[in-house]
Design a protein around this ligand. Structure first.
Ligand SMILES: *Cc1c(COP(=O)(O)O)cnc(C)c1O
Length: 399
């Protein structure tokens, strides 16, 4: 997701001899209070619990290249997420790029216009052409019937997104991929720990890609991972993320530097202790919103799926008349009150200048375009106060 505020965190002019964390007396969190409510906020475990990890890293002098914390986190995440093979990488975009490279995807790839730009960027980076098809209004995920209709001789893969952590129509997509001999790679950046019918959505398809960016449910500052269905695929990814090396003189293919470092991996291990609590708190907040905003004129909530276990990564609502000014009207009223709800995903990827020229970007895509004009994601993160939740609800309800 875009996070324009990230760039404003540190004043680049802060002199190096002033520690910005302790300058205010040590007790004042540096960025916490600006009387603004963000749509999300990084989950930060207690600093004191991170220090012993740092001490170990300093003792080991092992900073990157499959260090001990890296190996521990791969194991711990595979177990936590109930997936067979996982490769940690430097960020979610690199994870997408590596997954596509490792799967030898080329030609045309069917994907969704209703996502963060990284989904389509990864396709462009490997020289593939994104083919945008329309989405399902109940989940904002690829509509399988549209996928089938878009397959050509040049199609090699499908790249769906579990938008907002809502599971895609897994069975239908798998059937299409199998019938047409296509790779099925999921952008699961929103779907950490999401299950469908008791089973991790990350264990479906050929590969799933996670983002551990600061704003996601589980973060390692920056970071990401690729879940692969078999050992050979994991091995291919592990080589590609390290320039393509098999051994230090054996380099059969061109890879990139996509490695996760030890500071990130240690933070991930610590974060893993807190993630269940964070998701539980997200669930409480989502339930508050749902109760307060259901059956409210102009506001449509997304249906709750009985078969899936959500992670409550986002709380999207659809806004239309009679809510005054529709979605953008409400977005501005919230902003005026210091509540920065986000219009994920507006504009559609296919309407951005780098993509508008593509043939599939000219298609009507009626559902995606309607959603891009109606969806608003309300603030949802474990650090939200009751007052912030109440204020958000009041403004939405005040019309
Ligand atoms: C966050 C996100 C990404 C990119 O992940 P980074 O770790 O920020 O590179 C990719 N796809 C989707 C859907 C995302 O939300």
């Amino acid at each position: 997701m875009t996070v324009s505020r990230q760039g404003t965190h540190l004043n680049p002019l802060t002199p190096p001899d002033i520690n910005p964390v302790t300058a205010a007396g040590g007790a004042v969190p540096l960025f916490a209070k600006r009387n603004v409510t963000h749509v999300t906020q990084p989950m930060m475990p207690p600093l004191a619990e991170y220090i012993p990890y740092l001490e170990t890293i300093w003792e080991n002098r092992w900073l990157t290249n499959s260090g001990p914390f890296h190996e521990q986190l791969e194991g711990a995440l595979a177990e936590y997420l109930e997936v067979p093979h996982i490769s940690l990488v430097s960020n979610g975009t690199t994870a997408l790029w590596l997954a596509l490279l490792a799967s030898r995807v080329s030609g045309e790839v069917i994907t969704t216009p209703f996502s963060f730009v990284a989904t389509a960027h990864a396709l462009r980076l490997i020289g593939a052409t994104p083919v945008f098809v329309d989405i399902d209004p109940e989940t904002c995920n690829l509509d399988p019937s549209q996928v089938e209709a878009a397959i050509t001789d040049r199609t090699t893969a499908i790249l769906p997104v579990h938008c907002y952590g809502f599971p895609c129509d897994l069975d239908a997509l798998e059937a299409i991929a199998e019938a047409h001999d296509l790779k099925l790679l999921y952008d699961a950046a929103h779907a950490f720990a999401v299950r469908e019918q008791g089973r991790s959505v990350l264990a479906r398809g050929d590969m799933s890609v996670l983002s551990f960016h600061a704003t996601k449910v589980f973060n390692t500052f920056e970071g990401g991972a690729i879940v692969s269905a078999n050992r050979a695929a994991k091995q291919r990814i592990d080589r590609l993320r390290n320039f393509g090396f098999i051994e230090d003189t054996i380099l059969p293919t061109v890879g990139l530097n996509g490695k996760m470092n030890e500071l990130q991996a240690a933070f991930g291990l610590l974060q893993l202790r807190y993630v269940d609590g964070a998701i539980a708190r997200r669930a409480q907040i989502a339930a508050r919103y749902r109760e307060a905003l259901s059956a409210f004129p102009g506001i449509t909530l997304f249906p709750v799926s009985e078969s899936s276990t959500p992670n409550h990564s986002y709380f999207p609502i659809r806004v239309a008349e009679p809510c005054p000014g529709g979605r953008d009207g409400l977005w501005r009223r919230l902003e005026a009150a210091g509540i920065l709800a986000r219009r994920y995903f507006h504009p559609l990827i296919c309407d951005m200048s780098g993509y508008r020229h593509l043939p599939s970007a000219q298609a009507p895509l009626p559902v995606a375009r309607r959603m891009a004009g109606e969806v608003l994601c309300l603030p949802l993160h474990p650090g939200l106060s009751e007052a912030e939740i109440d204020r958000t609800i009041d403004i939405v309800r005040s019309g």
